[in-house]
Design a protein around this ligand. Structure first.
Ligand code: GLA
Length: 617
């Protein structure tokens, strides 16, 4: 579907659609299971013809829609189209909608050879949703052509409660955008709806943003892993003609697509969620479980569960298949990994009698936080733990970092054998050269070992060390200090202005309840801004609230975290409440995080100000 990459722009045209259909075949995506090539809004002219028929925009589709359908069909693919269950579609140009024209529009789609209809919700004139969507279902059925029917009313009327026999899929949320915060907020709205999904009636948390540039590849792998574990429709939303090899690797990962498309059709459910560490498990038709270990937080964390906790029967050992690394190991029952910030480790776990043919799984980890002040040695401890039923033999471990860094072991870097559950713990002295600029630096922890049968295994864990400086002694404005990392629902975090939603510097003066503040941070939920405080600071204070620029719509809650502990928070705030003073004791924290949540209702209009934010150290 073109929407996430083009919206209504002119590049959405016949050449694009054909080019993408070509790439479905050439790049193996058709082979991986992708079938539908879907047109979104803006394909039509604003007015119907004299017979009340829809007219394709001749600038975009000079040969009409039937020609595009024929092209797509000739490749063994199917064509999808879009309209709205209203008098006009959602775009402000006002393209015609299907309300009152259901039977003739459905027939026109069928005549063109359309195989999929996305039916939106704009300009619906207040007509009952169930009635509107049911009329189009009946109209599609009356054509006699099998057409997948996608209900797009954004979850507004809880379609999961009534649409199982109306449509094949229904949007559960508002529109996704190409940001970490948007993806996360939609994930959290869609997860609890698992009981409603099943074959032929799916929850649709909206189309993929993979490849559009607003998230990292690690974040896009999480997006794709989580959508697959939720059995969500996988609609590619990027222009494949411009996609990177990494984008094709993500979208074309057949083992992950197979999780999504598993015939049992169960949406995965949350096994545990604490401190940003999520375990989501999906029951598969072959009795195995696909398990997503998802790290919502901004720093690497260990995430752990067990074969039993994800619903597998007791067994001496299990096969553990890593769906991104494409490797199989055996585990005695623990399913765990150190997961990078915003990353997902996706594994398929099976009570499989052939477990012993695979080498033991080892878990690589780091104890404590990888913060380094340039020129001063920092102590790190790495771990290698045998998770397998069989021992890991001839284990050796190494830690490498950027040019010029010294990484010296202070204890053993090898073990003759690690039996089940045993850990090799190694101390390291890590020094970044004096003058190293602050920022994130990659370290690599690597373990090499042998399985009992002699097979060599090489396992690596990418780590991130932050070179940081604590704030100066005294009181500083947080808007003047460097941060370690930020996440934000729309656009970047702004210093000393509100959040303008897209480009850096597009905000306005921070304004809460009519008062204008010269200093502070302007963010958009879901947001987190992390500062290195190096155990040198005591107090964070700010006046917080929803910026006046958003009228009455935004709802947010503010939190201050000292390392892993929430040390201050507000309730849900709206524009109607005056700025709230917030003070937090952050004594002893290595990292302080300023967090804004969406108040539980999605991120729409959530412009949040940390006005006058200060820290004393
Ligand atoms: C709505 C839908 C989007 C997209 C646009 C097109 O916002 O939810 O997915 O189809 O309309 O105008």
């Amino acid at each position: 579907n073109n929407w996430n990459s083009t919206h209504c722009r002119a590049e959405f045209d016949e050449a694009m659609v054909k080019g993408i259909a070509d790439l479905f075949v050439a790049k193996g995506l058709k082979d991986a299971g992708y079938q539908y090539v879907n047109l979104d809004d803006c394909w039509a002219l604003p007015n119907r013809d004299a017979d009340g028929k829809l007219v394709p925009d001749p600038a975009r589709f000079p040969h009409g829609i039937k020609a595009v359908a024929d092209y797509v069909h000739a490749k063994g693919l199917k064509l999808g189209i879009y309209t709205s269950a209203g008098t006009k579609t959602c775009n402000s140009a006002g393209f015609p909608g299907g309300l009152g024209h259901e039977y003739s529009d459905a027939q026109q789609f069928a005549d063109w050879g359309v195989d999929y209809l996305k039916y939106d919700n704009c300009n619906n004139q207040g007509v009952d949703a169930k009635a509107r969507y049911t009329t189009m279902r009946d109209a599609l059925r009356a054509t006699g052509r099998p057409i997948v029917y996608s209900i797009c009313e954004w979850g507004a009327n809880k379609p999961w409660e009534w649409a199982a026999d109306v449509g094949h899929l229904w949007r559960t949320t508002g529109d996704i955008s190409d940001s970490w915060g948007s993806m996360l907020s939609i994930l959290k709205q869609n997860l609890p709806l698992a009981p409603y999904a099943g074959p032929g009636h799916w929850n649709d948390p909206d189309m993929l943003e993979v490849g559009n540039g607003g998230m990292t590849d690690t974040e896009y792998r999480s997006h794709f892993s989580l959508w697959s574990v939720m059995a969500a429709p996988l609609l590619i939303g990027t222009d494949l003609r411009k996609a990177s090899p990494a984008t094709f690797d993500i979208l074309g990962n057949k083992e992950v697509v197979a999780v999504d498309q598993d015939p049992l059709g169960k949406q995965g459910t949350v096994v545990s969620s604490e401190g940003g560490r999520w375990v989501v498990a999906k029951e598969m038709a072959d009795g195995s479980r696909t398990v997503a270990l998802f790290n919502e937080s901004g720093t690497a964390q260990r995430i752990a569960t067990t074969a039993r906790a994800v619903g597998l029967p007791d067994a001496p050992a299990y096969t553990l298949r890593d769906l991104w690394q494409h490797r199989s190991h055996n585990t005695a029952g623990t399913v765990s990994a150190t997961v990078p910030a915003h990353g997902t480790v996706l594994v398929r776990v099976a009570a499989d009698p052939r477990w012993a043919t695979h080498p033991p799984a080892v878990e690589l980890g780091l104890e404590g936080s990888p913060f380094v002040e340039a020129g001063t040695p920092a102590a790190l401890t790495t771990t290698v733990t045998d998770l397998g039923r069989t021992p890991a033999q001839r284990v050796s471990v190494s830690l490498t970092g950027p040019e010029g860094w010294t990484l010296t072991p202070t204890s053993a870097t090898g073990a003759a054998a690690l039996p089940t559950g045993r850990t090799l713990r190694t101390g390291w002295k890590v020094t970044a050269p004096r003058g190293t600029p602050t920022g994130s630096y990659d370290l690599t922890l690597r373990a090499r070992y042998r399985s009992p049968s002699g097979a060599r295994v090489d396992s690596t864990l990418p780590l991130t060390a932050s070179v940081a400086v604590p704030p100066p002694a005294g009181t500083s404005y947080l808007g003047d200090l460097p941060w370690l990392s930020t996440t934000n629902g729309w656009g970047p975090v702004e210093r000393d202005t509100s959040n303008g939603e897209s480009a850096a510097g597009d905000g306005h003066p921070l304004t809460l309840g009519g008062a204008v503040y010269a200093k502070g941070l302007g963010v958009h939920a879901e947001s987190a801004v992390a500062y290195y405080t190096g155990k040198a600071c005591e107090t964070v204070s700010a006046d917080v609230g929803v910026d006046d620029e958003k009228g009455a719509k935004g709802t947010v809650a503010f939190e201050v975290w000292a390392d892993g502990t929430k040390v201050a928070s507000t309730g849900v705030l709206t524009n109607a409440v005056p700025a709230q003073p917030l003070t937090a004791d952050v004594t002893g924290a290595q990292v302080v995080r300023l967090v804004v949540t969406d108040g539980g209702d999605g991120i729409d209009s959530d412009h949040a100000d940390w006005a006058d934010a200060r820290i004393s150290c």
